[in-house]
Design a protein. Structure first.
Length: 111
C-alpha cells in the first residue's frame, strides 16, 4: 500500500488506502501491481533490465531480488532461508549511472 501512496504523492494524486484495499484485497500479485496503478491513471509495463535508466518514466516501480541492507539483521536471524526475497522500490530520479530510490522500512519488534 505504501508503494501506491508514494507513487501518487509526487504526482499530487489523492490516495485512499482503504478504498484501494477494498477494490484490490490482499494478497498482491503481479497482475495487481499492474491493475491498481492503471486504475489510478498510471501506465504500467515490464522491463527486466533497462539499457538506459534515464529513459525510464518517472516515478517508476522496480522489484529487487535479494537482501537489502536494512534487512541484514533479519536475514542473520533466519538460519535457513529458502526463498529469495523480492523488494518493491520506488524510483524518483535517474542520473547517468545512479538511481534515487525509496524502499519501505520495516521496524523489527523486540520480543
Amino acid at each position: 500500500m505504501w508503494l501506491l501512496g508514494s507513487l501518487c504523492n509526487p504526482c499530487r494524486l489523492s490516495f485512499n488506502p482503504g478504498l484501494i484495499g477494498q477494490q484490490y484485497p490482499p494478497p498482491a500479485t503481479l497482475a495487481t501491481f499492474h491493475e491498481t496503478p492503471r486504475a489510478l491513471g498510471f501506465k504500467t509495463g515490464r522491463n527486466a533490465h533497462p539499457k538506459n535508466c534515464q529513459q525510464l518514466p518517472l516515478p517508476s516501480i522496480a522489484f529487487l531480488s535479494g537482501t537489502l541492507p536494512s534487512d541484514a539483521a533479519a536475514e542473520q536471524d533466519r538460519q535457513t532461508a529458502t526463498e529469495v526475497a523480492t523488494h518493491p522500490v520506488l524510483i524518483l530520479m535517474t542520473d547517468s549511472d545512479k538511481l534515487l530510490t525509496f524502499v519501505q522500512v520495516h521496524k523489527r519488534r523486540k520480543p
